[in-house]
Design a protein. Structure first.
Length: 303
């Protein structure tokens, strides 16, 4: 096989398997680190590593307005895309967390410039309805939990993840239609470090830092933290950015179908997590909804 083909295979393996294993990684890391501190360390480690890369490759320093724009977008994108998931996994399993794939739907709902295309296509409308039914069923399935308090926190956690997807897509769309002069590496560095510092402040004011005990940290949690920071948030992100340039985005987006399956299998195999039939049915509906929403994109990419 040629080198480019091997690189493409490895990049797809990364976004399929590494991002799919992120939910289990968070589960392991949460055994020693509280959620905001975990998010802070993850973002700061990834941001610092990417900063070193930018310095080594002599990436140009962005202007002050560009830095401020990326700081705000970093808060919106990474608080929604990472922190919301980490916080929610205190109350729901990694398998259940992986099922909440609402970002493809939010892209349709929030991308106003594409509404004429989106809402005139039967596949997309059907996908939105299918995904909505799946989410409603998933929320309703928590009514069988052991206690009212536990059930309430699980439902709230699902809503937090949905809101997090809303934030991630909002920030991403803003940057899409209001691109800055910064390179993807320098802008991502600013976003990661800004969100990391913000999470560190949250960890302080919520008392996480004061009650955190370094002596009680388990080795597995440290390994999980480094995995989430370097492998998932940095290396796999760079693979994703490269893959978008060499393959149609609609094909690259197929990671949305594989990630939940990987997460569910890891949760079942290593964390003894169980998923009910109604949750399996919800997963199928949501994945079908994502597939239907992307069918028009696949057709366009193959023309």
């Amino acid at each position: 096989m040629s080198a480019p083909k091997i690189k493409i295979i490895l990049a797809f393996a990364a976004i399929y398997l590494v991002w799919g294993s992120t939910f289990y990684g968070v589960l392991v890391a949460l055994q020693s680190f509280p959620p905001f501190l975990l998010s802070a360390l993850r973002l700061l480690i990834a941001g610092s590593a990417l900063l070193l890369y930018c310095v080594a490759t002599k990436e140009p320093v962005p202007s002050r307005p560009v830095i401020l724009t990326n700081m705000v977008c970093g808060l919106v994108i990474f608080i929604g895309g990472i922190v919301a998931v980490v916080w929610a996994q205190q109350y729901i399993s990694s398998s259940l967390a992986s099922i909440i794939i609402t970002t493809p739907f939010w892209f349709v709902v929030l991308d106003k410039r594409q509404w004429d295309f989106y809402f005139s296509n039967g596949w997309i409308i059907g996908g939105l309805m299918c995904g909505l039914v799946g989410v409603i069923l998933l929320l309703g399935s928590k009514g069988n939990s052991a206690g009212a308090v536990e059930n309430g926190m699980q439902v709230f956690s699902i809503l937090v993840m949905i809101a997090g997807s809303f934030m991630w897509v909002s920030g991403s769309l803003y940057l899409k239609y209001n691109p800055t002069s910064a390179t993807v590496y320098s802008s991502t560095t600013i976003q990661l470090l800004t969100a990391g510092i913000f999470c560190l402040v949250l960890a302080f004011f919520t008392g996480e830092i004061q009650t955190f005990s370094l002596g009680e940290v388990q080795t597995g949690s440290v390994v999980a933290l480094l995995y989430l920071s370097i492998v998932s948030s940095l290396l796999t992100f760079m693979a994703f950015v490269w893959l978008i340039k060499v393959r149609p985005p609609a094909i690259v987006s197929t990671y949305s179908y594989v990630n939940p399956l990987v997460a569910v299998l890891l949760g079942w195999a290593f964390a003894n997590e169980r998923i009910s039939l109604i949750q399996v049915f919800s997963l199928i509906l949501i994945l079908c909804g994502v597939f239907f929403v992307n069918i028009p994109k696949y057709k366009l990419s193959n023309r």
